[in-house]
Design a protein around this ligand. Structure first.
Ligand code: AMP
Ligand code: MG
Length: 420
């Protein structure tokens, strides 16, 4: 049974109850950047696999130079060298040193590294056959990076649900994880409804409107982590709508329509969904975006947004985006909300909760966060949304805000989980 005018949080909960993470695919670790891992990633070796030098210098026995000073320098015999990929196979004995490069394994017997700049070389090029003179002691472990500092063999370097960063892609590679499992991009079918709607490459005749919503919603779907697929424009004809939506439901993880969602003479979406699927709600206490139908069709979540471009956009942002993120495996599903001082009165004419397009910024002089609404909240305008970085929330009820009030702003330009 459809509920009448439900709160946004209730609507979001209903939508999220009806989507599951998609199946898992493997992608190159670097391609997983920005995505949560579907499983723990384990390293098959110690990271790093061996104790190595943090400096270019000489590996030696700390005890040998314990008494070294400027007045009484200590001289060691250079018995070998290590360069990238060339390892000293012997053991560093008493009175001996091995020349070593950054990252090279610390040879057996050595327990400290003295950096090159602090050493005077005598007789030769500093490699085998030279002598190295030390004027200060070095404690055990000096300039040595221990083995397994990052992780031990078999340990997880990244947990399921953790979002892969660029640095993380490098860590995964070190751990031998060339490919990692992620939840595949859900396919989101987009359909535009309305007899007056024409493709953007047409010059609209009088009374016709170019399809702006399909592009805005495809872009929103892409930005949310989905693979959008456009199924076309259907006129306000129940059979045509029915055929197109059912076709989309066959191959998509979610279907989103815009237009025809209210209770007008030509609004067939809710009726069609009642007949062919299940309607879970058809009205939300929100502006823009009151007339939103959600349900399931052949087991596929279906979201019918109203055609007003701003309403369709905000409806997608509030309901489809969290759903897509859940399907992708993200744990964080809500945009950051920031408090800012509103620069003008905010009046409210209706009981519904308002999400007014607005722009938040830092005042150049005081450093304080301030927010200003777009000049118009007309639902037909996409330009105001294009310039907005937040939705200023005015709660249900008669209240508005007075200039100077601290008000909540949903940051639509900042990713979920970001700490502001
Ligand atoms: P509807 O939800 O069908 O009543 O549409 C509400 C308003 O949005 C009408 O003015 C439509 O012309 C407009 N509209 C509907 N679909 C689109 C679309 N795909 N692109 C731009 N405007 C649209
Ligand atoms: Mg219409």
């Amino acid at each position: 049974m459809a509920e009448n005018m439900i709160a946004l949080e209730r609507a979001q909960a209903i939508v999220l109850e009806h989507v599951r993470p998609t199946d898992v695919e493997t992608v190159a670790a670097w391609r997983a950047v920005g995505l949560p891992l579907a499983q723990d990633a384990l390293t098959d070796i110690d990271l790093s696999p061996f104790a190595n030098s943090a400096m270019d210098g000489y590996a030696l026995r700390s005890a040998d130079i314990a008494a070294a000073s400027a007045e009484a320098p200590v001289t060691l015999e250079v018995v070998g060298h290590e360069a990238a990929g060339h390892v000293f196979a012997g053991t560093v004995g008493e009175g001996q040193a091995v020349r070593i490069m950054t990252g090279a394994p610390v040879p057996a017997g050595a327990d400290a590294v003295v950096k090159y700049e602090d050493v005077t070389v005598e007789g030769g090029d500093g490699n085998e056959g030279s002598r190295a003179v030390f004027r200060a002691p070095a404690p055990v472990g000096a300039n040595i990076r221990e083995a397994g500092l990052e992780a031990r063999k078999g340990e997880a370097v990244m947990r399921a649900g953790e979002v892969v960063s660029a640095a993380g892609a490098g860590l995964l590679a070190s751990a031998g994880c060339m490919e990692v499992p992620v939840h595949r991009a859900p396919v989101v079918g987009i359909i535009s409804l309305g007899t007056e709607i024409v493709a953007p490459d047409a010059v609209p005749a009088f009374g016709q409107i170019r399809d702006a919503n399909a592009s805005a919603l495809m872009a929103s779907a892409l930005a949310a982590g989905a693979e959008p697929r456009f199924f076309g424009i259907a006129p306000d004809d129940e059979d045509t709508i029915c055929k197109l939506v059912l076709e989309a439901a066959e191959s998509c993880d979610m279907v989103v329509t815009s237009g025809g969602a209210s209770a007008g003479d030509y609004d067939y979406v809710t009726a069609f969904m009642r007949r062919e699927g299940e309607v879970l709600f058809d009205r939300i206490s929100m502006r823009p975006g009151k007339a939103i139908t959600f349900g399931t069709l052949r087991g596929v979540p279906f979201l019918g947004l109203s055609g007003n471009p701003a309403a369709a956009y905000v409806g997608f942002e509030m309901l489809a985006r969290p759903a897509i993120r859940k399907m992708r495996g993200f744990a964080d599903l809500t945009r950051p909300v920031q408090q800012a001082r509103v620069l003008h009165d905010v009046r409210k004419r209706q009981d519904r909760r308002f999400y007014n397009r607005a722009h938040v910024e830092r005042d150049g002089e005081t450093g304080e966060l301030v927010v200003r609404e777009a000049h118009s909240q007309n639902s037909a305008l996409l330009g105001t949304l294009h310039h907005a970085n937040c939705l200023l929330m005015v709660p249900e009820g008669p209240a508005g805000y007075a200039a100077g009030d601290e008000v909540p702003c949903v940051r639509i330009d900042v990713e979920e989980g970001t700490v502001l």
